[in-house]
Design a protein around this ligand. Structure first.
Ligand code: COA
Length: 383
């Protein structure tokens, strides 16, 4: 049987994992897996990474065009005005177990935010845009608060005028980051903002397609992102680097892992058959930050592992491969890497949800039934 076919036996009707299936029409983002190109609303990711800001990218994803000066100012103002968390949600977060997975805390907090938004069920374009703005503004505040609270510290209130990227780093650390670090983080948020119909975005569209509200769709998307085959891979890449410890051990570690047929986190992709264009920037950032801190150990291991993987399996790194090392160099804890992915991807999720609401049809595919038929019910005491 072809690997792309269903692995359940019989005559498959569809590819396993919906590989190659087109399940939605969207103008938000496109992945060209053969040429290694990613575009948001027509703009190449390299162009945006070099020239745009996360806020401008958010506007682009939601409105399909780049903003003018006053429109960008207005979006920045609205995001700043919507950052404060309801006191009830902060109270609830104080009761989360200190050992909770940050992705679980984030998912739970997003669900709870819906209680305190009277407009949560307004799915009109205007209402949904308002909710998208609130969620995009609040996610960085929630993630920073999760970290502060589990360390037994008080959350740091958002500081006006910093924007989402620098503002997040400030709330996380309690001090402002230097300009270069804040810009690198801003570009990381641009790079993770959208990726067409990936698993979490598809999840968000399926939930929105039932006309459930945006909080529910985003909570479900966060759950999908948390898995190690999706956004959870970035944390696991850093754990792998810590386990390897030094570049001299990299090749041996990789050969042994491949011999054991292990899946190596940060490699491979459902769509890309060449280098993931996002990883090009993240590799440069991980090296730049490593050199600035006088510690290139992690990027050296990553570069060596990449060479060995390409030689052995012709597989390329994906977006999660270098991001962890860059965040680690910024002093961000490992298990916040995936929540940070959500802080960025909320822009793409909400863009897709807006698109779904605007032209909705329930998403309800079929399954190929592989069980028996015509069985006769046997009463309990006769089995
Ligand atoms: N390490 C080792 N081998 C890998 C691999 C990896 N990370 N990714 C793919 N392969 C191999 C598979 O073993 C398979 O080989 P085979 O044909 O000899 O069995 C082949 O490449 C195809 O992989 P498959 O798992 O069928 O691809 P997929 O499209 O279903 O899965 C991913 C795509 C991303 C889930 C998969 O590459 C993976 O698990 N990567 C690691 C997790 C990760 O980094 N996720 C982040 C994605 S952005």
């Amino acid at each position: 049987m072809d690997k792309s076919e269903a692995k359940t036996g019989g005559a498959p009707k569809g590819p396993a994992g919906l590989e190659g299936v087109v399940a939605a029409q969207s103008s938000i983002g496109d992945v060209d897996g053969e040429r290694g190109r990613l575009i948001y609303q027509g703009y190449d990711i390299h162009d945006l990474a070099r020239n745009s800001t996360f806020e401008e990218t958010i506007f682009l994803l939601w409105h399909g065009r780049l903003p003018k000066h006053d429109e960008l100012d207005e979006l920045r103002r609205q995001l700043a005005d919507n950052q404060a968390l309801p006191a009830e949600v902060l109270d609830l977060m104080r009761r989360f177990p200190p050992g909770a997975e940050p992705m679980d805390s984030l998912r739970t907090a997003v669900s709870a935010l819906a209680f305190y938004d009277a407009g949560a069920r307004d799915l009109s374009r205007e209402g949904a845009l308002r909710t998208a703005t609130r969620l995009t503004a609040q996610l960085p505040v929630v993630v920073a608060a999760i970290e502060r609270l589990r360390r037994g510290e008080e959350p740091v209130a958002p500081r006006a005028g910093l924007g989402l990227a620098a503002g997040f780093l400030y709330m996380l650390k309690g001090v402002e980051s230097n300009e270069r670090e804040a810009r690198i983080f801003d570009v990381c948020l641009i790079l993770h903002a959208d990726h067409e119909l990936n698993a979490s975005t598809f999840t968000a569209r399926v939930v929105a397609g039932t006309l459930a509200d945006m909080y529910g769709a985003v909570a479900a998307a966060i759950a999908a992102l948390s898995g190690p085959l999706h956004g959870g891979a970035n944390t696991n890449v850093m754990k792998m680097l810590l386990e390897i410890g030094g570049v001299e051990r990299a090749e041996g570690w990789m050969l042994e892992a491949l011999a054991q047929r292990k899946k190596i986190m940060g490699f491979g992709h459902r769509v890309y058959r060449t280098e993931d264009p996002r990883s090009t920037h993240l590799r440069d950032f991980a090296r730049e930050l490593g050199e600035a801190k006088g510690d290139t150990r992690w990027i050296d291991i990553l570069d060596r592992l990449r060479e060995v993987m390409f030689r052995e399996k012709k597989l390329y790194p994906n977006v999660d491969y270098y991001s962890g090392a860059a965040y680690h160099m910024m002093g961000i804890p490992l298990d916040l890497f995936t929540p940070i992915f959500a802080v960025s991807r909320i822009s793409g999720w909400t863009g897709h949800i807006l698109e779904q609401y605007a032209n909705n049809r329930l998403i309800r595919p079929r399954a190929e039934y592989t069980g028996p038929r015509d069985l006769k019910y046997v009463p309990l005491d006769e089995r």
